[in-house]
Design a protein around this ligand. Sequence first.
Ligand SMILES: Nc1ncnc2c1ncn2[C@@H]1O[C@H](COP(=O)(O)OP(=O)(O)OP(=O)(O)O)[C@@H](O)[C@H]1O
Length: 231
Amino acid sequence: MIEINQISKVYNGKSVLNIDQLSIPKGQSFGLVGNNGAGKTTLFSLLLDLIQPSTGSISNNGIEVHQSEAWKPFTSSFIDESFLIGYLTPEEYFYFVGDLRNQSKADVDQLLAQFEDFFHGEILNQKKYLRDLSKGNQKKAGIVAALIGNPEVIILDEPFANLDPTTQIRLKKIIKDLSQQKGVSILVSSHDLMHVTDVCERIVVIDKGELVKDLKTNDATLKELEAYFEG
Ligand SMILES: Nc1ncnc2c1ncn2[C@@H]1O[C@H](COP(=O)(O)OP(=O)(O)OP(=O)(O)O)[C@@H](O)[C@H]1O
């Protein structure tokens, strides 16, 4: 369970995020949408203690994320390519992350084997460094690295961006399986309203840092979101 309380982030005197209260129960597939600059990445960065809040607190499974590191073993994420290590091959990077998460090479190989389709022959055994992969393939590697070690909470910032349609469809299935079969809390931000309504049971809209909608996804949600963003 993630609990966000009176969180705000101010840059140069300007508030870019201001959320009074938000709870994300364990196992929820949670979608975050909002226009450019709405504060999505800021919220995810606060959840991951990548930036300090101006006020308020966030707890992950009862652990305050900027007070303790005890949330790290069960939380993983892929925000952007800065999470990758450019001079490693994907395999080297996966084993490195596996090491951090107490996974043997065999454990990592077993996980990777499940993503053969998702990788589409472009990630493993390519003898290429991560820095030399296309943006989409870097994203695939970063997303799969975030799945290593059976995390209970996974945070993905715009995971569908830069992926080809086939991979987007495969990713949707992966996200659904993680939340529905494995009880993983999965937080996804996206500009793609269709994908987010497809995979998320709950969708929160933020606008200029404020929470403006909190929807339980149903057949009418996509239309409601489209109407909202049409203005
Ligand atoms: N380090 C920083 N210094 C100053 N302003 C910042 C900083 N980081 C983010 N901001 C501002 O905070 C606001 C929210 O940015 P954020 O990246 O969270 O938006 P977003 O919803 O993820 O946008 P996008 O959809 O374009 O990725 C923006 O106005 C941005 O310019």
